[in-house]
Design a protein around this ligand. Structure first.
Ligand code: WQD
Length: 343
């Protein structure tokens, strides 16, 4: 089978993508330094697909270990690159940690790919590169703005590094700009595993509903939006995962003429924080203890995707609605409470 390296494959989006890769007949090889994920995810992926994927604990910043891996797996069909630190707040406090890890890891990965002529890379980028767009929905032609955080800056710089490297070599690349990935696999066996207090809205909602958190703070209700709270384009993580396989197939099928293509991955529909909360309450039957707080520094007011390009060129469209996203997130949180990760 065609082998696909998945860096960061034990992480939230990585693990869901490994499931979709196995379903599509590719053989995923996971490397991950486990800095923000649990190795137990590998067995749970095996329970979902019936095939436990290969996993090696490797840090992309460890160049000798990366070179050794590529020597042992020099026939890779492609790479899906997730491995990176991803906390907006932490990146503001520790910028060098983010620049070193996210960019240093990418340097090593690309060097190894060029040495071993691995021809394709799908890169995990983010709508954060748009900042607060002037026009909505935001298209891939929208200007990339000065990032609100070092995390966002590493995504912008990584896209540029990949762009220039692909232009100067045999490499074909697709950068996927995620909007807000949420939810969990329908099996309830894998999902988001925030370490410590969650930064993101949905895990904070589900942890409040299950009783792990006392109260949900809604950061700001004085924005220039219909109900005063921020608007985001939430997309089910399984829809997002499927897009990575489609992007790979586009490159293996040689359909993409350009050396580097960029696609928005969203649903094309924005929901406010209050709408997200209400949808969760309707779906779960749990009323959330919440109150309004001040705005969170760095938050943009509203963003949602123009998905025309991905629909047209990838033939991909998000299928799951907000209710299903919330139901899957709630099922996962309840499974976590039964100790699914400790079995
Ligand atoms: C969504 C909305 C908050 C928590 C970030 C990154 C993005 C990606 C996803 C990594 C905002 C509000 C949140 C809470 C709240 N990261 N909120 N109370 O900031 O849109 O995107 O995470 O891939 O790149 O930028 O997501 O879920 O943190 O926030 O009111 O306890 O929910 O203010 O308006 P965000 P989020």
């Amino acid at each position: 089978m065609k082998k696909i390296l998945v860096t960061g494959g034990t992480g939230y989006i990585g693990s869901h993508t490994v499931v979709e890769i196995q379903k599509s007949g590719f053989e995923p090889l996971i490397i991950d330094n486990l800095s923000n994920s649990d190795p137990g995810v590998v067995d749970l992926i095996g329970r979902i697909t019936g095939q436990r994927p290969l996993f090696e604990q490797i840090d992309l910043c460890d160049l000798p270990a990366m070179q050794d891996f590529f020597k042992r797996h020099h026939d890779l069909e492609g790479v899906i690159h997730f491995a990176a630190h991803k906390s907006v707040g932490e990146s503001v406090k520790h910028p060098l940690k983010y620049y070193h890890n996210n960019l240093g890891g990418l340097f090593h990965l690309l060097q190894c790919m060029l040495t071993h002529k691995t021809a394709r890379i799908v890169f995990s980028s983010s709508c954060t590169v748009y900042g607060q767009p002037d026009q909505l929905p935001v298209t891939e032609n929208a200007p990339v703005q000065q990032a609100e955080s070092p995390y966002g800056n590493t995504k912008r710089i990584s896209e540029e590094i990949i762009h220039d490297t692909a232009k100067a070599s045999h490499l074909k690349a697709i950068s996927l700009r995620y909007f807000n990935p949420i939810g969990a696999h329908e099996s309830g066996l894998i999902g988001e595993l925030p370490i410590g207090v969650p930064d993101n809205l949905i895990p904070f909602i589900t942890q409040t509903a299950i009783g792990k958190r006392e109260k949900l703070m809604v950061f700001g209700n004085d924005y220039n939006t219909p109900d005063g709270t921020c608007i985001r384009d939430y997309i089910h993580v399984s829809d997002l995962a499927r897009a990575h396989v489609v992007a790979l197939q586009r490159m293996t099928g040689e359909d993409s003429k350009q050396s580097h293509e960029i696609f928005n991955l969203g649903t094309g529909r924005g929901y406010s924080v209050l709408e997200a909360i209400r949808t969760f309450e309707q779906v779960s039957g749990v009323e959330l203890n919440r109150e309004f707080a001040g705005r969170r520094p760095g938050d943009i007011e509203q963003v949602w995707a123009d998905t025309t390009l991905a629909n047209l060129k990838l033939g991909w469209k998000a299928e799951k609605g907000l209710e299903e996203m919330m139901a899957s997130a709630w099922k996962w949180e309840q499974n976590l409470a039964t100790g699914i990760m400790n079995k």
